[in-house]
Design a protein around this ligand. Structure first.
Ligand SMILES: [Zn+2]
Length: 173
C-alpha cells in the first residue's frame, strides 16, 4: 500500500489524504513526544505548554528555532531571517539551521520507524524552509532503522493539503 503521511508541525496528521482524529482526539500530536536521540545540550529541554519538557515542538516550532538562535548568539531573529542569513553564508545562522534540520530528521525518523511511509508531506509555517527537503533525507539515514531510506520528504503545496487543522500556518514565524 502506498502510504502518504502528512504532518502538520502544530498538530494533525493525515494518512492518504484522510485526516486522523483518534479515539483520544490526539492523533498527530507528534510534537509532544520528546525529541529522539537527544544530545547533552538538548536535555532536559525547554518547558512546553503541555506541561512536559523537551517536546519536539519546543525545538521545531518557529519560536523554537528563534530561541535556539538567541541562545547561541544572544540575538533575536525570526526563522525566515535566520534562513536568509544562512543563505548568505553566515556561520551562526548556518549552524542554527543545521541543528534544526538534524532535529527534524530525528523526529521524522521515529515516524518512519513506525509507519515506513512512501512520502512524508510537511505542512505548517516551518515547512516553507526549502533546505529541509534537500538535507533532512540525508540526515535521517543515520537514525532510521534501515540501511536504505526511500521515503520522500516534500512540502504541502497549496491545494495539495488534506486540510489538517485547516492547513493553516500553525506555527507562526
Ligand atoms: Zn509538549
Amino acid at each position: 500500500m502506498f502510504l502518504r503521511v502528512e504532518i502538520h508541525y502544530g498538530g494533525g496528521i493525515a494518512i492518504n489524504q484522510q485526516v486522523l482524529t483518534g479515539i483520544n482526539g490526539i492523533a498527530g500530536e507528534w510534537g509532544h513526544n520528546p525529541l529522539p536521540w537527544p544530545q547533552t545540550e538538548e536535555l532536559p529541554g525547554q518547558p512546553c505548554y503541555c506541561g512536559k519538557q523537551g517536546c519536539i515542538e519546543t525545538f521545531l516550532s518557529g519560536p523554537g528555532m528563534a530561541r535556539d538562535y538567541q541562545t547561541n548568539t544572544g540575538q533575536t531573529l525570526s526563522p525566515p531571517d535566520i534562513v536568509a542569513l544562512a543563505e548568505t553564508g553566515d556561520d551562526t545562522a548556518k549552524a542554527c539551521l543545521s541543528r534544526y534540520t538534524d532535529r527534524l530528521a530525528r523526529g521524522l525518523s521515529s515516524i518512519i520507524n513506525v509507519l515506513d511511509p512512501n512520502v512524508i508531506v510537511l505542512g505548517g509555517g516551518m515547512s516553507n524552509i526549502a533546505q529541509l527537503y534537500s538535507q533532512v533525507p540525508h540526515l535521517w539515514e543515520q537514525y532510521v532503522f534501515s540501511d536504505r531510506v526511500n521515503t520522500v520528504l516534500k512540502p504541502a503545496k497549496y491545494g495539495d493539503s488534506s486540510g489538517v487543522r485547516g492547513a493553516a500556518w500553525l506555527w507562526p514565524i
